[in-house]
Design a protein around this ligand. Structure first.
Ligand code: 2AL
Length: 266
């Protein structure tokens, strides 16, 4: 089984760490291909960053379709481009906020999210509502640490995040912690041991979920909303994203040539 884990920001060192975390839950016979797009923001911590990360992400999905990828993980806690990716991919696509929040609901009555900047908290609340788990979410707490600070060796980030998780348990009374950034994935075991509560990292949760869905032979329904987008021309900088009529292979969900013969991601 081939699972493509896409870090939608363009920071390669972060992609490497995300791949390592995904591999901790990969079964024998599962290959993890961890990638980041060639274009887009270095980190995603605003709506602007998120919007501009989506074309690069979709480009990686289209390349994955040509590489016969079985399923995808979107490894950013804003879940950018998730619905569009589901329209393009043959196999299941799971993003980390959705996976982490749903996983947390299996482990207790409530969770709090501990994330990077306060400005991303609104998005986390919106996603909790969108996924139907807002009643489980006690709080979204920010550490006011920019994403790329998590890349700095020896920074205080680890201690700040751990302290915020401890406060979440004490003050929110939550049963479970959800970490609100893909780059926090390697902190889970250590924080869990220190605070005495389960800590869910979305990269592991999403990878394990995709692996389970693929092994059950399940994929995104194409009967209505997530059917392949209607073919239409794209112009300007997005001309390479023009979709053509799908070629009917395995249910007809393939990335196809545009009118000029260009392919998304080529
Ligand atoms: C993230 C994340 O997971 N990756 C990224 O670039 N930004 N999330 C966040 N809350 O800042």
């Amino acid at each position: 089984m081939l699972i493509k884990v896409i870090n939608p920001n363009t920071t390669a060192s972060m992609t490497e760490k995300i791949g390592d975390c995904a591999r901790t839950v990969a079964a024998v016979g599962t290959t993890i291909d961890a990638v980041n797009p060639a274009m887009g923001p270095a980190s995603i911590e605003s709506h602007y960053d998120e919007a501009l990360a989506v074309p690069g992400l979709l480009d990686e999905i289209a390349k994955g379709e040509r590489e016969r990828v079985d399923g995808y993980v979107i490894a950013c806690f804003g879940d950018p481009g998730l619905d569009a990716a589901r329209e393009l991919a043959r196999g299941p696509v799971v993003a980390i906020a959705e996976a982490a929040m749903r996983t947390a609901t299996f482990l207790g009555r409530s969770f709090s999210v501990v994330t990077t900047l306060g400005r991303t908290a609104g998005r986390a609340w919106d996603l909790a509502a969108h996924y139907g788990v807002k009643d489980f979410c006690r709080n979204v707490r920010a550490c006011e640490i920019p994403v790329l600070d998590l890349e700095i060796p020896g920074s205080a980030a680890r201690a700040v995040i751990t302290a915020e998780c401890a406060r979440a348990v004490a003050e929110d009374g939550c049963d479970v912690i959800v970490l609100g950034c893909a780059r926090m994935a390697d902190l889970t075991a250590d924080i869990s041991r220190r605070i005495g509560a389960p800590v869910v990292d979305g990269v592991a949760a999403a990878t394990a979920t995709v692996q389970a869905l693929v092994s059950m032979g399940l994929r995104t329904s194409v009967r209505s909303e997530f059917a392949r987008p209607l073919p239409k021309q794209m112009v300007g900088l997005l001309a390479g994203f023009t979709l053509d009529e799908p070629v009917a292979v395995n249910g007809g969900r393939v990335a196809t040539a545009g009118p000029d013969g260009a392919r998304i991601g080529s």
